[in-house]
Design a protein around this ligand. Sequence first.
Ligand SMILES: NC(=O)c1ccc[n+]([C@@H]2O[C@H](COP(=O)([O-])OP(=O)(O)OC[C@H]3O[C@@H](n4cnc5c(N)ncnc54)[C@H](O)[C@@H]3O)[C@@H](O)[C@H]2O)c1
Length: 376
Amino acid sequence: MEYYTVSNVALDSVMISWRQRGDGNRPKRPVKSCWTVELKEANVRRRVLVTGADGFIGSHLCELLVQRDYDVRAFVYYNSWGTLGNLEHCDPELRKSMEIVSGDVRDYHSVKQALTGCDAVFHLAALIGIPYSYQAPASYVDTNIGGTLNVLQAARELGTSKVIHTSTSEAYGSALFVPITEEHPLQPQSPYSATKIGADQLALSYFRSFGTPVSIVRPFNTYGPRQSPRAVIPATIVQIASGMRSIKLGSLHPTRDFNYAVDTARGFIAAAEAENVVGEVINIGSNFEISIGDTVKLIAEIMSVNVQIETDQLRIRPEASEVERLWADNSKARKLLGWEPEYGGKDGFERGLRSTIEWFMKNTEIKSEKAAVYHV
Ligand SMILES: NC(=O)c1ccc[n+]([C@@H]2O[C@H](COP(=O)([O-])OP(=O)(O)OC[C@H]3O[C@@H](n4cnc5c(N)ncnc54)[C@H](O)[C@@H]3O)[C@@H](O)[C@H]2O)c1
């Protein structure tokens, strides 16, 4: 018998859901091949939902998906002004081909409606600021855990062929060994991290309990055009660009493994298209470690200025909450996804920083009084 499905998936749930979905136009394909390949071969356009499409990484992912010939349904967080967040910075030609729907991942109905008719979902919507998670932890539980549950349940009921769930390197906490492999223990050091770990575990439980075809990508710190000035790289760029030579920052000694946004987006698509990664957690990291302090020096060097750093107590995390060291082992992504960073190593980081700086100089209204203010 032929089913239309993906490798490693519990076949019953998929078969039933395709029937429930009444999607008679979809071709019947043999078991054990990849959904994207199957649809391409059958000349059926691949339709995907991206939650958090209005966000920093989500907007880059949507653009790349359109460029790779996917039909993109971009799920943006509803607001009464009809603004589209970072999708407003996308190439208008690419945005024109996206179907933009608004909703709230905390609302099951809006999630299920958005997912209906899609072959796969990239679930990125989340509350992501660590400092704000100290202030409003319940909203993180509702959005990051409740929202993920809604995506998983809708995917289960609709028989979605692939669910790419987004984790974070914050789930590892301060490295107990380096580079950090996917086997590293999970250590929630902030409410944000705890809710992302909870969401990851829910996603894995849906795979184990119901055969929902989930793969988890675990990006390390991502930077690039459009990132919120709350994050350290844009915060530094914007302060320097506004003329400040005494830069206000938090801790400088922690290390990070920074990834250029397009590299991260490429990792998401590679995970969606790969065979044999259902039920897997995969690090997306550059494998290049640098301290925050050295990152700031590099930015200042590229921007040709001398800066002093002023510690802003507001930006210091409680001691046990600070993640001291993150350095990714990316060998699993290289092996299973054939993915590697295009902006890897020190050279790649410098290239990525140059284009990030260029974007902020062109696209943001740089005002010193605003640049100096810490936005949680
Ligand atoms: N930026 C990083 O360095 C990084 C690193 C690792 C993992 N991640 C993960 O990647 C994903 C995207 O992060 P980002 O940096 O693009 O953040 P972002 O804040 O720019 O994007 C998140 C998006 O989710 C949307 N959202 C929030 N609540 C929602 C709700 N209730 N309903 C619908 N949409 C809602 C927001 O509108 C926002 O646009 C997140 O899951 C985050 O945890 C980010």
